[in-house]
Design a protein around this ligand. Structure first.
Ligand code: GLN
Length: 468
């Protein structure tokens, strides 16, 4: 059995049946990292010794467990499994850089809530993954520690900003990974790397201990090799947290179980603004195939309109840098990290943009106006969800692009976020799923639903994958 090829579900079965050990799993993961990471640059830190030590302890625990082994895995569904964490989550005593030289030497004294939850579920943190510095980017090229490469073709970007987490899963270095999505940073790399990526509803998962990018847009989500794994990860991560007042008190559904329930008479909306001339022809063709498959499954396809979509990118690129300029003010080189001369070009660009849009005299014209249009965008979705259950859209207007292709033109780079930023502005969940390959490069599609409808997205995705 090739351990690298396993999913979380299959690994659980294997560990329960003692077909392999956690040490073997960790070794296989480390081997793959050693083989591939030099070139792919998915990991910034690998916790080799700690991971092996922990795996040994877990194996002993499994060996000595005298009760029904099933209960152990019910309590700790990720027991003994190597998982990767984006390097903008605080991890106790493990270097946490946010991809920036400002924090090159920073070692937090506490774990982010999500890291804590993943650990409680028994996961082994194998390392911290590369990202565009401060999660600013759509390609991974803004990392101060070098770009991550796409495993499908190493001349191409893997998407960003959670580039390392996506690549770690796609190249079988880990079973699952955690990331953040402020404007598409989970969904777009998932799409570029042919895996599943979820951006949950704002407030579904705690942001405590996550290095803030734009606090009203930031969400914590995950990458999996398939829909069930992704659903399981969300179940572990989600829930109210006293340390994050924006988390919801709504109870957390048993996503992996709920997703198996069939949804009858599913109504899928196609927002016509997402299928315009800017969309790559080959992507359009792939998505049309997906739509046909959904139709064959009995879903009703309805064209709808989200009329304020055309303003989304402008709104996002006002609100997000405004919040970035505020959040990055804390890095003064006195309390932690190096001084501000270490900021890269993209961070400086966003700090300047945000400082301008928040400055007196311009605040009303930019920030306040953008906030008003944000409400209209949110209302567009609310109206749409009165007519349909979920929406189906592309994730990215273009295929994965070549490393260096867009770095000289920030506007071109920002345009890659056109179909993803809307979900963050509206606070709704988005699930990115593989739609196939074009010239060996992955294409994804996106399912969007009302706030706290992750269950429904998983159901639709699961049914789709069964019938694909
Ligand atoms: N690509 C977007 C940006 O650069 C989104 C980033 C993110 O989601 N972290 O702002």
């Amino acid at each position: 059995m090739d351990l690298k090829e396993l999913t979380i579900q299959k690994t659980q079965t294997g560990l329960k049946n003692k077909s392999f050990s956690s040490v073997e799993l960790v070794k296989s993961s480390l081997e793959q990292i050693k083989k591939e990471n030099k070139d792919l640059n998915a990991f910034l830190t690998v916790c080799e010794k700690e991971a092996l030590d922990q795996a040994e302890k877990i194996d002993t625990k499994i060996q000595r467990y005298y009760k029904d082994i099933k209960t152990l895995f019910l309590e700790c569904p990720l027991l003994g499994m190597p998982v990767a964490i984006k390097d903008n989550f605080c991890t106790k005593d493990i270097k946490t850089t946010a991809g920036s030289k400002v924090l090159a030497d920073y070692s937090p004294v506490y774990d982010a809530t999500v890291v804590d939850k993943i650990k409680q579920a028994g996961a082994i943190i194998i390392g911290k993954t590369n990202l565009d510095a401060w999660a600013h980017g759509s390609s991974g090229e803004n990392s101060d520690f070098g770009p991550t490469k796409n495993p499908f073709d190493r001349n191409f970007v893997p998407g960003g900003s959670s580039s390392g987490s996506a690549v770690a899963v796609a190249s079988n270095m880990v079973l699952g990974a955690i990331g953040t999505d402020t404007g598409g940073s989970i969904r777009q790399p998932a799409s570029f790397c042919n895996i599943v990526g979820l951006k949950p509803t704002y407030g579904r998962v705690s942001r405590y201990g996550v290095i803030a990018m734009a606090s009203s847009l930031d969400t914590v989500g995950c990458f999996g090799k398939d829909v069930i794994d992704t659903a399981l990860l969300l179940k572990i991560m989600a829930g109210h947290d006293d340390y994050d007042a924006t988390t919801s008190i709504l109870s957390v559904p048993d996503y992996p179980e709920e997703m198996k329930k069939e949804i009858k008479d599913l109504k899928i909306g196609l927002p016509k603004e997402y299928f315009t001339s800017g969309l790559d022809k080959e992507i359009k063709e792939k998505i049309e195939k997906v739509i046909k498959n959904f139709e064959k499954m009995g879903a009703k396809i309805i064209e709808i309109s989200l009329p304020h979509t055309q303003y989304a990118l402008a709104v996002y690129y006002i609100i997000q840098p405004s919040e970035v300029s505020s959040n990055l003010a804390r890095y003064d080189g006195i309390r932690y990290g190096f001084d501000r001369s270490q900021f890269g070009d993209e961070a400086k660009r966003r700090i300047m943009l945000g400082t301008f849009t928040l400055s007196s005299g311009y605040y009303d014209a930019y920030y306040l106006k953008a906030m008003k249009v944000r409400t209209l965008i949110k209302k567009d979705f609310e109206e749409a969800f009165k007519k349909v259950d979920i929406l189906l859209t592309p994730v990215s207007p273009s295929l994965p692009f070549k490393i260096g292709e867009k770095t000289q033109d920030p506007l071109k780079m920002y345009l890659s976020d056109i179909f993803t930023v809307t979900a963050n502005l509206a606070g709704i969940p988005g699930l990115s799923l593989p739609a196939g390959l074009v010239d060996n490069l992955p294409v994804g599609f996106q399912l969007l639903g009302p706030q706290f409808s992750e269950e429904k997205l998983f159901q639709a995705a699961y049914q789709y994958k069964q019938n694909e």
